[in-house]
Design a protein around this ligand. Structure first.
Ligand SMILES: O=C(O)C(=O)C[C@]1(C(=O)O)C=C[C@@H](O)C=C1
Length: 248
């Protein structure tokens, strides 16, 4: 594992995220699936259809061994049933002190309250089960990408322990954040995900007469904004949290 290979994984995960958003955009907002909560209520702890759907899906996925994979992080980690599939010997790449970092509560909140309203049309077509299945796919894809920051951080630390060591010993969050930030890479990521939303989300027509009236299944600028405002900042937050514990 090196920085290039972890970045390759992040690039591949962009495809999953863009496609999951395109799938969710087939349905209107369908807000019944999310109520309660009302405004001001903690969206994560208040019970809603989506809440139950995700919790029960995760219990099934846990039995199927999903969370044995260190790249997967459940939204409801408490009381998950044990895996019933043969044990796979996953390579233990992560430092144990940072391996259980979980920012899914924040991801849940951002997805429901900030992202969904930006790309799901208003309305209710009653397809709550299908909508929740799409939400689950979006949440899992975004969560996997953000928590992959643990692997990115591990690789960065292994490549330059002498650079990161002093900032970790000083518990210097700001210093670590500066060291692991590559603005040029972030610019490329934003442009690439926007382009993927254009390419994956366009109407494909066999005739030429569709030229000039491009509409996309998910607004490409929303995907770029998702990355700029939430995905990359949270991936960096995970990296900082991981590094702070890297010498424990
Ligand atoms: O590629 C990296 O070095 C990362 O840490 C990943 C990432 C991202 O989330 O895409 C985050 C921080 C960097 O500034 C650039 C990109």
């Amino acid at each position: 594992m090196d920085l290039e290979s972890v970045r390759d994984s992040l690039i591949r995960q962009e495809d999953t995220i863009v496609f999951s958003l395109i799938e969710r955009a087939k349905f209107p907002i369908n807000s019944w699936a999310y109520s309660p909560p009302q405004n001001g209520v903690d969206a994560f702890s208040a019970s809603s259809f989506l809440h139950s759907f995700v919790r029960e899906s995760e219990a099934l996925h846990a039995k199927a061994g999903r969370y044995e994979n260190p790249e997967e992080n459940p939204f409801f980690p408490d009381d998950l049933p044990p895996s019933m599939v043969p044990t796979h010997d996953y390579k233990q790449v992560l430092h144990p002190a940072g391996s259980s970092i979980n920012v899914n509560k924040t991801i849940w909140d951002i997805y429901l309250n900030k992202l969904l309203p930006l790309f799901a049309a208003e309305g209710d077509d009653g397809n709550y089960g299908l909508t929740a299945a799409c939400d689950l796919a979006c949440l899992q894809a975004i969560s996997r990408r953000i928590h992959y920051g643990k692997f990115v951080a591990e690789v960065k630390f292994k490549e330059a322990p002498e650079e990161y060591g002093p900032a970790i010993r000083d518990q210097d969050r700001e210093g670590l954040m500066k060291m692991l930030t590559f603005e040029a890479v972030e610019e490329m990521v934003k442009k690439r995900v926007e382009k993927k939303a254009v390419v994956f989300g366009q109407e494909v027509s066999l005739s030429d007469d569709s030229k000039g009236k491009e509409t996309y299944k998910v607004d490409p600028s929303v995907v770029s904004r998702l990355y700029e405002e939430w995905v990359m900042p949270l991936t960096k937050q995970v990296q900082v949290e991981y590094l702070l514990r890297r010498l424990d």
